[in-house]
Design a protein around this ligand. Sequence first.
Ligand SMILES: Nc1ncnc2c1ncn2[C@@H]1O[C@H](COP(=O)(O)OP(=O)(O)OP(=O)(O)O)[C@@H](O)[C@H]1O
Length: 333
Amino acid sequence: MGSLQLKSIRKAFGNHEVLKGIDLEVKDGEFVIFVGPSGCGKSTLLRVIAGLEDATSGSVQIDGQEVINTPPAKRGIAMVFQSYALYPHLTVKDNMGLGLKQMGAPKAEVDAKVAKASGMLSLEPYLARRPAELSGGQRQRVAIGRAIVREPKLFLFDEPLSNLDAALRVNTRLEIARLHRSLKATMIYVTHDQVEAMTLADKIVVLNAGQIEQIGSPMELYNKPANTFVAGFIGSPQMNFIEAGRLGDGQAKTVGIRPEHITLSREKGDWKGKVIHVEHLGADTILYLETEVTGLLTVRLFGEHQYDVDDIVYATPDTAAMHRFGADDRVLR
Ligand SMILES: Nc1ncnc2c1ncn2[C@@H]1O[C@H](COP(=O)(O)OP(=O)(O)OP(=O)(O)O)[C@@H](O)[C@H]1O
């Protein structure tokens, strides 16, 4: 079991209120990811859940039990940090088993659980090494293994892949997804990386300036953003925002259209413009246009295209995929 309930969590450092009333329900077995711009309070919220930071007010319940006054070690959680936080003088095996050993578990149990976790993470060849003799990816797997060995109710990950190179990030991401499936554990994960959030999460929590902007599955946030903040934050390249009046829409303030929901033609279309930059990414091409109606417009075309800087083109949006936002920046349905 590992459900989590946060009620009205507030946290201030001096006069600076970093969390402004967070309410959140995480079900047993869910994978929940916190995203948001730098400084919005993601890590602070994770640390409040872990008990590494005291909330100024509010309630944290794990499996229905209030833990706000419970020390971190007694909350039944395990945290994996970006910096691995391994003991340099201990071997991989001892790093992984230390938590259980300190809790007084018998040696045979510690050995069995370390063997099982190291099997899941393909760490068997490295058990006798010390952290300095491992690559970054291997160290992060040891940190994850150490969390698994403790069989926590909740796994908390604070940007665990940020120190890894691109290829290793992908591998380790797959490994975390696989672990989540096999352990059926509750995981809460902080990241800057959109791809990680979209691919790993059952539920994404978008935070902004200490408040939740929207909670939803990755595709809900992509297809039905509640406001311009979420619309602009989820999706890369970013959604285009156009002043609604320019499109003759008197009711909305802003119209949003994703770069992949626009087609281009050299002959005809809705918005005439000039190509100002082209990015060939292999599987797709990103074009930046300047059009009279929309101003700067980003267009994403699948495959390779022969458009060049200074070409005159016509862009046509898929009107069914447009998002309309009102004066308060909330979506109009
Ligand atoms: N111990 C502290 N003392 C004072 N201010 C703090 C402390 N820890 C965090 N803050 C401030 O709280 C705010 C939120 O920080 P937090 O680390 O939670 O953000 P974040 O969303 O995780 O950012 P990033 O993505 O850059 O890691 C920031 O303005 C930060 O400067």
